[in-house]
Design a protein around this ligand. Sequence first.
Ligand code: PLP
Length: 408
Amino acid sequence: MELVKISDSEYQKIAQEFGTPVYVYHAESIEHQYQRLLNAFPSVNVKLHYALKALNNINVLRILKAQGAGLDAVSIQEVQLGLRAGFAPSEIMYTPNCVDFAEIKEAVALGVHINIDNISILEHFGHEFGATVPCCIRLNPHIMAGGHSHISVGHIDSKFGISIYQLRHVLRVVESLKIKVNGLHMHTGSDILDAEVFLRGAELLFDAARSFKDLEFMDFGSGFKVGYKPNDIVTDIEEIGEKISAAFVTFCEEYGRKLELWFEPGKFIVSESGSLLVKANVIKQTTSTVFVGVDSGQNHLIRPMFYDAYHHIENISHADGAMRLYSVVGYICETDTLGYDRKLQEVREGDVLRIHNAGAYGFSMSNNYNARLRPAEVLVRNGEAHLIRRREVLDDLIRSEIELEGLI
Ligand SMILES: *Cc1c(COP(=O)(O)O)cnc(C)c1O
């Protein structure tokens, strides 16, 4: 199935109709990525829980629900968004970190799957629920994912998961308190390129699984990489799928029961589907470079500043312009660079630039710094553009403020 992408002229029309800055998502691309991942594991019972922290607009959640996805939620609010979007509690995995036990009790009451990543919480859970509520245990196998250190969470200093070296202690708690462990989980980071790295983590989880009798699933988290630069090396999903499936089938035979294989992709599903369209407000020549100053910034797309992430940028208003070198920066009073030393078709004030790979951790990490309003979101489906979130207005910024009368 060849995916037909949104053309530059369609993006231009969207910028005209809805204004800039605007996030644009392509429904078919989301479905395409979901199906690609699903089809990479043909021989096992695979279940994909979309990590909604990447992009949580209700319409995107419903696209994935229609595809048969479940959800991976990291907060009680994400659980509630999932339920509102129509997911059944049994389709939602709740994977919190460092939350109050009260929030876990709330999630239990809502009936979602519970993933526990701390021994003190596990003990608390056992005392409270014993064998009546099953839970999954998040282990940290301490394998290093490639790529940027900020997005590797499986390493030794990580705050996530229970160390695989603490397995004996985990088992002691589980056995003493009669906890029913229905799944084991690992999520090692965001940039696993290599099937071998993934498999090393999987083998450690299989080893641990031999000590648990009630397992129904194994959850290998995410780590599927997508291309950000035009020639980036990306996860070979088909190769990883084949190798993990084979290892999983062997494990299940040994374990004596066919378990489900779960993943929690975020970025892989929605990153490439999304673009942020911005307008060039000013061209500013300085002694060292030419800046393009746009009507957006790190308040709308924080990844370049936060992770040093590369997001490809194109000038869609001047496709036949000569290539020139620019630094693309935002309008926030803070270092606010979206792209250094980029070759772009000559940019004129008023041109629309398309920032690629903005579907994941774009809008969902946006904020109101400098009292700037967050962009609109548009979903393109069957070639038609639909507004799925209106642009913010000033009232949105002050809605929760309480104005004191007579005190000041
Ligand atoms: C963020 C997260 C994911 C998704 O990671 P991606 O890199 O976006 O695929 C999956 N599982 C957990 C527990 C997460 O915190």
